[in-house]
Ligand binder design. Structure first.
Ligand SMILES: Nc1nc2c(ncn2[C@@H]2O[C@H](COP(=O)(O)OP(=O)(O)OP(=O)(O)O)[C@@H](O)[C@H]2O)c(=O)[nH]1
Ligand SMILES: [Mg+2]
Length: 334
């Protein structure tokens, strides 16, 4: 984002379909530039139309291959698509992202597709916040479907999955006992389960195991009792199972939109709540961090270690100091 562009102008350009302005804003989000939030704030009322689809799973299970195939299927229907590929495992833009770019090349010249990779944890308030931000830009651009691909290695990634309207968890056959180790949170985050690489030994058994786990009530949070997540077998490289996967997504979307769409509204309400809390946390930490850098975390820590200071009170006082508006506010006397 050029330093001179006013947030109002940037927002207007993006809403008018200026792809380069959108790309600049996405870069600003990824780089954590301070101006990005004000543009996103202006775009916010213009978002919410797109269908957010999350695709998550362990490294190498075939998320990008499936993404590629799904983009093709949705484009064939005339839907426009945005893709956010999140790769926290290679913070300095590793080979996976490059591989994705090459794989996605068939869509690169299609104006109905916009692909953006996020490789850094960023300063924007963490990976989840940057992902939401980029998805919001794609939404404001008018994309019909936004697919968020994340490597499901930690809690953050489950949270990213939870920001979507429909989340697919991808596994591969032969995980055996590992399947048992699918974290409860992951099981609950899944609306659709995909056993990819069905050309491999044991795909049916893996699908059966997931179905058994789902029927055992792994979805203990009661997030959506009216929906039993389907388990779909796919082979992303030859396209087997893809029509079934697309149909499973459609059924879930119809489920969310049924009965006046209260399920979608509820889900988005939860997502907004999570987002708001994340933003508050991130902003608070930024202010605290600025305070600590200024006043010397090491000195404080030494005093605590030497028992000359009480850590509980120190934490409260740091917070109080960070909340004070003036930059020059003196460090509270203790
Ligand atoms: N045999 C077989 N190979 C597959 C299938 N789907 C993907 N692959 C291969 O598995 C490898 C990893 O696929 P990706 O689509 O990059 O997997 P990913 O989950 O996006 O990987 P990361 O983003 O690095 O976590 C590639 O070599 C694919 O060609 C499949 O259904 N069957
Ligand atoms: Mg990938």
């Amino acid at each position: 984002m050029s330093a001179s562009a006013r947030p109002e102008d940037t927002a207007r350009s993006i809403l008018a379909g200026d792809v380069r302005a959108a790309a600049r804003l996405m870069r600003a989000i990824d780089d954590g530039l301070p101006g990005a939030a004000s543009v996103l704030g202006l775009l916010h009322p213009h978002t919410g139309r797109a269908w957010l689809v999350g695709v998550t799973g362990s490294p190498g299970v075939g998320k990008s291959s499936l993404t590629d195939a799904l983009v093709g299927a949705w484009r064939a229907r005339g839907l426009t698509v945005g893709v956010v590929a999140v790769d926290p495992t290679s913070p300095f833009s590793g080979g996976a992202i490059l591989g994705d770019r090459i794989r996605m090349q068939q869509h690169a010249c299609d104006p109905g597709v916009f692909i953006r990779s996020l490789a850094t944890r960023g300063q924007f308030g963490g990976l989840t916040a940057s992902t939401r931000g980029v998805a919001a830009v794609l939404d404001a651009m008018g994309k019909d479907v936004i697919l968020i691909e994340t490597v499901g290695v930690g809690q953050d990634e489950v949270e990213i999955a939870r920001m979507a309207d429909t989340t697919a968890i991808v596994v591969v056959p032969g995980m055996g006992d590992d399947i048992q180790a699918i974290k409860a949170g992951v099981l609950e985050a899944g609306d659709v389960f995909v056993v990819n690489k069905m050309d491999r030994e044991g795909a049916g058994r893996t699908a059966g195991e997931i179905e058994a786990m789902l029927s055992l009530g792994g979805r203990g949070d009661g997030r959506d009792q009216g929906w039993t997540p389907p388990v779909v077998l796919t082979c992303a490289v030859d396209g087997r199972g893809l029509p079934e996967l697309v149909a499973a997504f459609d059924r879930h979307r119809a489920h969310l939109l049924a009965e006046g769409g209260w399920r979608l509204a509820a889900r988005r309400g939860w997502a907004a709540q999570a987002e708001l809390l994340e933003l508050v946390k991130a902003r608070l930490m930024q202010r605290v961090q600025a305070r600590l850098d200024q006043d010397g975390l090491a000195v404080l820590a030494q005093e605590i270690a030497q028992k000359r200071r009480d850590p509980y009170q120190a934490a409260d006082q740091i917070l109080a100091a960070a909340m004070r508006d003036t930059e020059e506010a003196p460090w509270p006397a203790m």
